[in-house]
Structures are given as C-alpha cells and as structure tokens.
Design a protein around this ligand. Structure first.
Ligand SMILES: [Cu+2]
Length: 211
C-alpha cells in the first residue's frame, strides 16, 4: 500500500519501520550511480573535450589594473579623424593589441572595460580577472565560460577562426547592475577586407561570428 501526503500518517513512528525491499534496491542503485559518477569526474578530465586549456596565477588587483591601463594607453585604436575609438554611453575603449600580444580584461562592477579587436587566425594571450567581486566571463556564440575570482589572472590562448562580432556577458550574478555587463569583441580580417564599420559592427567579406 502506498500513501500520499494527503493521507493521515499511517504509523506514528513510520520513520522507524524497517526499510522495505524496494527502497533497499533504490538506495543501492543510487549509491552505485554516485560511485560511477565519482569515478567519471576523473575520467572526463582525460576523455572530455571541455576542459579549459588555460592556467591561473595569483596577482594583485593594482598590478592587474595597471597592466590593463598600460595596454589601453598603448593600443586604443583611433578613428579616421584621429580621435580615440570608444563605444557606448560610458566610452568603452576599442583596443587592438598586436597578434601574439597580451589582452588584459579587468572586469569590474558593472562593465567590461575594453572592446578587444582581434585578427582572424592570429593567436592572442588573454589575461582575464576581476577587480572587485566574482564575475563570469562568457564568450558567445562560441561557448567559452570562465569564473573570474579577484586576485587570479586566468591566462588563455585564443585563436579566432571566424570574423564578426562576439558577445561577452557576465554569467555570475555580481550585484544590482549585473544585467549591464554585456560587452563585445571584434574579429577582423584586414587582408580580406573584413574591417570595423565604425558603427559597432564589422563589414566586408565573409562574416561568420556575428550574432
Ligand atoms: Cu555579473
């Protein structure tokens, strides 16, 4: 006989009754499955293709912030009339580091501090960290997710294989302005005429990464 939560309690000390055979089988299956999953946690490290190839290093907030500022000073792009390129209400700098260079992303409440410009097929070394609370770095439409913890520099080699506009969002709730943490990243291909259009997009040639 089975009971529902609507029935009166069948036995005052029901929780003391011996465990029935069905329940024993269920506990045994659940326990066995826990063990299988536990072993697979290690297994996925070797078999799975989802592991980040990056490393993390301890850094100071000031040190990381300085590196980011230096990069912006050195590599912020200029438009045709010689003005520094920036986008949005808060003038987020558009920054193009030379291929093979270090791209610093110092996330903070509630903004991604730069809009990186990358050349198709070139490798860049990303350094991603937070200057205040935990944030999440999510690069779309490719599904790349990192948890950012202040004081750690996540180093990631990144070689874009499609031109276009990629979105960067914060996927770790970081406070009241969390929803404002929407940034972007441009991938251009100068040799084939895929360049910034100056209106928040990329133009020319085949554009594959846009969403
Ligand atoms: Cu957030």
């Amino acid at each position: 006989m089975s009971y529902t939560s609507m029935d009166p309690i069948p036995h005052r000390h029901w929780w003391r009754l011996p465990v029935g055979p069905d329940e024993k089988i269920w506990i045994a299956v659940a326990y066995a499955w826990c063990l299988v999953m536990l072993v697979w946690m290690v297994g996925w490290f070797f078999v799975g293709n989802q592991n980040q190839a990056g490393e993390a290093f301890k850094v100071t907030l000031d040190g990381f912030s300085n590196k980011s500022d230096q990069m912006i000073d050195q590599y912020q792009l200029k438009d045709a009339s010689g003005n520094l390129m920036a986008e949005g209400e808060t003038d987020v700098p558009v920054v193009q580091v030379p291929a093979g260079g270090n791209v610093y992303i110092a996330a903070h409440q509630f903004e991604w501090p730069i809009i990186p410009v990358l050349e198709l097929g070139k490798t860049y070394v990303f350094h991603i960290s937070s200057l205040d609370v935990d944030h999440g770095f999510s690069l779309l439409p490719i599904v790349l997710n990192l948890q950012l913890i202040p004081g750690y520099d996540y180093v990631l080699r990144f070689t874009p294989n499609k031109t276009g506009v990629y979105r960067i969002t914060c996927n770790e709730y970081c406070g009241l302005g969390h929803h404002l943490m929407a940034g972007k990243l441009y991938v251009i291909d100068t040799a084939h005429g895929v360049v910034l259009d100056g209106k928040g997009g990329v133009k020319g040639g085949e554009i594959g990464g846009a969403i």
